[in-house]
Design a protein around this ligand. Structure first.
Ligand code: HEM
Length: 403
């Protein structure tokens, strides 16, 4: 899980490094013929999509010491030339005072926009969309190969309480908000490409404004649901020895017989931690988008990753530790969308198994009461504990009869 996250993180940071303002130093190009300015090779490298060394430009932003001498053919009378001033704007090193003192007011030029836009309109939509379609396809294949996971033994007609009202409320708050956020997020990301051609600009404008409103406001319900689910269930999701056996037996999905499990089995723990870790990351990057330029996380995170030598493990140059405010926003958007796609794919599998994929599972979140035989097959250790506790409280009473 941790490795998967790191890989994901590295992927997005790799993408970002393509439009980082100052790629790693590269002294292999001879620029003497251009007096230290850009060469054809620099341009060719950029066109080939290779990392471009910009330090020879970002460092030459108006230091009179670097100016060509007056006797030189390209001499500048000893001061900073216009190109140097514009480069200083371009690399964010010019000393600017603006009447608007918002966090991004003094960044007048930032060149990551096109690369970010191209990524957002291209690979992000394509790969994200393919991930969701592939997940749906795999679930359909699984359904046709394995079929519904049925209750093997004879039903007892008795039920056991699996989730209390507050637990189900927390779950449905999280689930309902996530589904709304997923749909409105996809409309925001993909609407221009897929909905405008069908409905036209005017109708899409209304849908887009409504989507944005829902997305921005429902996000709070998601954060609340996430916190509730974490507090209520973390204790049942700590890894223990039963998980190893459960994983070794593949959860009994393709074999007869069910490995013993407590309240949550290893598969569910994986879902729980994915929801918590990815959900928190989506919430943090979402807040950064909701409050533009106020929450900057990437430069600080990159500095930590560099300090641990993580990029080096993947053969990458150190990640940029200084980012323009707009780059922080671009990275927040890319990260928010990528992690959301991954969580949506995981949740599609969860929804499948919690509804059509397994007989008796939905009741746990529907009424909160599950068939005792279902509980014995899927959560044998847990049900024994619950029944023993119940018997100790009221020895004469049996489990609740099903309606
Ligand atoms: C229509 C959509 C959904 C259905 C039908 C559904 C169904 C269920 C069911 C039946 C359970 C209990 C399983 C058990 O008794 O052991 C459950 C648990 C859980 N659900 Fe959902 N769920 C849905 C959407 C979501 C969403 C969108 C999220 C999070 C974003 C989510 C997060 C969880 C978590 C963390 C658990 C506990 C761990 C687990 O059982 O895997 N659910 N869900």
């Amino acid at each position: 899980m941790f490795r998967a996250l790191i890989t994901l993180f590295i992927t997005v940071t790799w993408i970002s490094s393509a439009y980082a303002q100052d790629a790693g130093r590269d002294d292999t190009i001879d620029r003497s013929a251009t007096g230290g300015a850009q060469t054809l090779e620099d341009i060719m490298r950029r066109q080939r999509g290779e990392p471009v060394d910009n330090s020879f430009r970002s460092d030459a932003t108006g230091n009179p010491e670097n100016a060509a001498g007056i006797e030189n053919q390209l001499g500048t009378l000893g001061g900073a030339s216009d190109p140097e001033l514009w480069r200083a704007f371009r690399f964010g090193s010019v000393d600017i005072t603006a009447s608007n003192n918002g966090p991004a007011a003094t960044t007048l030029i930032q060149d990551g926009g096109m690369a970010w836009l191209t990524f957002r309109q291209g690979p992000l939509i394509t790969n994200g969309g393919l991930l969701l379609l592939a997940t749906l396809g795999l679930l359909a294949i699984f359904y046709f190969v394995r079929g519904k996971i049925t209750i093997d033994g004879e039903k007892t007609g008795r039920t056991v309480t699996r989730f209390k009202t507050i637990e189900r409320f927390g779950h449905w708050l999280l689930a309902g908000s996530f589904i709304l956020l997923g749909i409105t997020g996809l409309i925001t990301l993909m609407g221009r490409k897929f909905l405008i051609p069908v409905f036209g600009h005017d109708a899409f404008a209304t849908v887009a404004v409504a989507s944005k409103w829902v997305h921005n406001n429902v996000s709070w319900a998601f954060i609340l649901g996430l916190a509730m689910v974490f507090v209520m269930w973390v204790i049942h999701n700590l890894p223990d020895r039963t998980d190893i056996n459960w994983i070794l037996k593949g959860g009994g999905i393709f074999t007869k017989g069910h490995p013993p499990a407590k309240k949550f089995n290893a598969g569910q723990k994986l879902i729980f931690w994915s929801v918590i870790v990815l959900g928190t990351s989506i919430s943090a990057s979402g807040l950064a988008l909701l409050f533009p330029f106020e929450i900057n996380m990437f430069a600080a995170t990159f500095a930590k990753l560099n300090a641990f030598g993580i990029p080096g493990l993947f053969g990458m140059a150190p990640l940029p530790e200084v980012l323009a405010p707009h780059e922080e926003m671009q990275l927040s958007q890319a990260w928010h969308a990528i992690v959301s796609f991954v969580l949506m794919a995981i949740i599609l599998a969860h929804i499948y198994i919690g509804s059509v994929g397994m007989e008796g599972a939905y009741d746990a979140m529907g009424s909160g009461e599950v068939e005792e035989q279902w509980a014995r097959e899927h959560h044998s250790i847990w049900v024994e504990e619950v029944l023993a506790e119940k018997a100790s409280k009221s020895p004469s009473e049996d489990a609740t009869p099903a309606e």
